[in-house]
Write a protein that binds this ligand. Sequence first.
Ligand code: SF4
Ligand code: SF4
Length: 224
Amino acid sequence: MKRNVDLAEISDGKLYTENDMAKLGCNDCEGCSACCRGMGESIILDPLDIYRLTTGLGKSVEELLQGAIELHVVDGVILPNIAMQSDREACAFLNEAGRCSIHPYRPGICRLFPLGRYYADGDYKYILQVNECVKGNRTKVKVDKWIDTPKVKENHAYHVKWHYFLNHMEEILSSIEDENMVKQLNMVVLQMFYLSPYDGEMDFYEQFYARMSRMEAFLQEAGV
Ligand code: SF4
Ligand code: SF4
């Protein structure tokens, strides 16, 4: 999700890389689940999240769509997000003890929080959002340890590719007047990156780039 905000208002003003230390440590979120509640549609899922959730939990996207995740339009593109359960306005994966029941498979946004990504000039750096985590006295942690994601360089390159692909799709979709075509193109993206099952035995990035090549070929052939 793109936001046009003043960095000075939402962050400590610094840009971080995976090798930097940032004030992130919150004592394992002990006694707190504030950022797993009332998040609306903001925990948007990317293809790696769907790979983790489907292969880790042994559930299809269709099964997850029965309450745990939902679809909505983000900057013109239909994408899945974690659903907040209406009765308690909490993430469907937050257990009664206030802990994440899918910690090893949790989405990238949950791994990042309260970091965010700041994209510029075909790349990104991390920002430390200062108005998000409710805990004070945070300790310094290295960013790559915090995001708890293997293959750091590949993961970084993947996020760049996905971000600029979504920007490109947004441009394409906003230039098309025919609503049916907009719907169809959105369905192609959903099918290509989310609904077609991933193989948990295979490397995610390999599968992602194969799908991206097919998507780019499709767009070229369609002349959009
Ligand atoms: S997936 Fe886990 S960490 Fe993320 S919002 Fe839900 S309960 Fe919280
Ligand atoms: S608000 Fe901070 S301490 Fe509370 S659950 Fe989120 S990251 Fe953890």
